[in-house]
Design a protein around this ligand. Structure first.
Ligand SMILES: [Zn+2]
Ligand SMILES: [Zn+2]
Length: 259
């Protein structure tokens, strides 16, 4: 069964006491992807083609660098990525450079006439093409894609187990729900993979669970803030001491908060 390799990490994550089992899975996937990028991936032509094309988001570039591991490897990956991006930028510029040159010599009046005639200038076309190229690069990340593909499978496995295994459904129902990022992933996944009736059945469990635990976390943050009231100084913090970082993770999903 294809789902098997995803079942074990999912059930293990549900066995831990956490604010979101999918955050546990995602953190593990991220660590694996970072290690892989600085390790075996460098020797694999397919991976190099991907990192040359996609590069990394600012979050993952920062992590790769801060790992201070295989600095030569990271240097090699960056060097070929940069070479590919520089070539693309140069190609786009060359395509429009004659018009840019000509338009740079036009007077203000000529430019205004051109604009009135509704003709799109070469400079404007270049800007548009370059911005959309840079936008695409900014949004692409070899590590984010790797994590995303696997997270989709984890979500699929949760939905599969929810309907197939009673034990798992009980664990799901007694969990503390999910962060908002992964709540969205579950709703998207259920919309994509389940028929309307089944999706409704799933949401009927997910949403009350989410609402209950978002309220709980909010009350814990509230308790935390109240403990700063001098009249409560001898009061009990209960489990509110880490309520702020926990609430941030409940809202955003995995983050690197210093605890
Ligand atoms: Zn999460
Ligand atoms: Zn990324």
């Amino acid at each position: 069964m294809k789902e098997r390799i995803y079942t074990i990490p999912i059930t293990e994550a549900f066995e831990q006491d956490s604010e979101c089992p999918l955050c546990i899975c995602e953190k593990k996937l991220e660590n694996d992807a970072l290690e892989y990028t600085l390790g075996p991936s460098m020797m694999e032509p397919d991976s190099r083609i991907e990192t040359n094309k996609k590069g990394f988001c600012v979050h993952h570039f920062t992590k790769l660098y801060n790992m201070q591991q295989s600095r030569l490897g990271l240097g090699l990956i960056i060097e070929t990525h940069l070479a590919e991006q520089e070539a693309i930028i140069e190609k786009i510029y060359r395509k429009h450079s004659d018009l840019i040159e000509r338009e740079s010599e036009k007077g203000m009046l000529e430019t205004a006439v051109g604009r009135l005639s509704g003709k799109v200038s070469g400079t404007a076309r270049f800007s548009e093409e370059m911005i959309s190229q840079l936008d695409a690069l900014e949004k692409s990340c070899a590590i984010c894609s790797r994590i995303g593909n696997n997270m989709d499978r984890f979500v699929g496995t949760i939905l599969y187990l929810f309907f197939k295994e009673r034990d798992f459904r009980r664990k799901f129902e007694s969990s503390k729900g999910f962060c908002l990022k992964h709540m969205k992933a579950l709703i998207q996944g259920s919309k994509k993979e389940l028929g309307q009736g089944k999706q409704a059945e799933f949401l009927k469990t997910l949403l009350p669970l989410q609402i209950q635990h978002l309220k709980r976390v909010q009350e814990e943050v509230n308790h935390f803030t109240e403990m700063f009231d001098y009249r409560k100084q001898s009061g009990d913090w209960k489990n509110s001491r880490d309520a702020v970082p926990r609430s941030i993770e409940k809202i955003c999903g995995p983050c690197d908060l210093q605890r």
